[in-house]
Design a protein around this ligand. Structure first.
Ligand SMILES: Nc1ncnc2c1ncn2[C@@H]1O[C@H](COP(=O)(O)OP(=O)(O)OP(=O)(O)O)[C@@H](O)[C@H]1O
Length: 187
């Protein structure tokens, strides 16, 4: 599913975050990347999603090398195959929560009724079923995080990349969210 070979990344100031990084993730596998603040976890996730470039090395998703794709092809791969939960959520304030969650599906499908139905089901799955018509400004940090998770899963991506997806959640909700990820990736 995901193969990383000899990946290296430095940031300005000649600081090497990682080098020679190897990683192999099979379909259905859940992998947690842990490390101190500033060690390079978000940078790694961004590279895996094709949102940032490594200095050298290769990332393959379902056998396709990101390094061999141009920006348009990477965007298409991301839309179709990857769900990304950003640390900063990036919920759009001028769209309702339902519209936010529906967005990845709306980019790849034209069936409005099915998209709305699925967005509502995803909101329900993260415990926000009654909030679909609401806006981001009325939500707590943990609620925003759950909307971001619903949005990342709606198009049934092959690969989910999540940056501290349970950071703002209480223990029970965090456990629910992890179960949701496990269900979503089960082959
Ligand atoms: N474009 C950049 N220019 C300069 N420094 C950068 C850049 N991108 C990342 N860094 C630095 O690289 C380091 C790794 O950042 P990153 O956000 O990947 O860490 P992290 O492990 O996810 O941290 P946290 O757990 O605090 O979120 C940090 O010190 C950050 O300041």
């Amino acid at each position: 599913m995901l193969v990383v070979r000899s990946l290296a990344k430095s940031v300005p100031g000649d600081r090497r975050l990682f080098a020679g990084l190897e990683l192999c993730v099979a379909a259905g596998e859940l992998v947690a990347i842990v490390g101190e603040s500033g060690v390079g976890k978000s940078t790694l996730l961004n590279i895996l999603a094709g949102l940032d470039d490594s200095d050298s090395g290769e990332v393959q998703i379902e056998g396709i090398s990101l390094q061999g794709l141009d920006e348009t092809q990477r965007t298409r791969l991301r839309r179709q195959r990857i769900g990304f939960v950003f640390q900063a959520f990036h919920i759009l304030p001028y769209l309702t929560l339902r519209q936010n969650v529906a967005l990845p599906l709306a980019l790849v499908s034209a069936d409005a009724a099915a998209i709305t139905g699925r967005a509502d089901a995803m909101l329900e799955a993260v415990g926000l079923g009654a909030r679909g018509d609401g806006y981001a400004r009325d939500l707590s940090g943990g609620e925003l995080q759950r909307v971001a998770i619903a949005r990342a899963l709606i198009h049934e991506p092959a690969l989910i990349l999540a940056d501290e997806p349970t950071g703002n959640l209480d223990t029970d909700t965090a456990a629910k969210v992890l179960r949701l990820f496990a269900d979503a990736v089960r082959p």
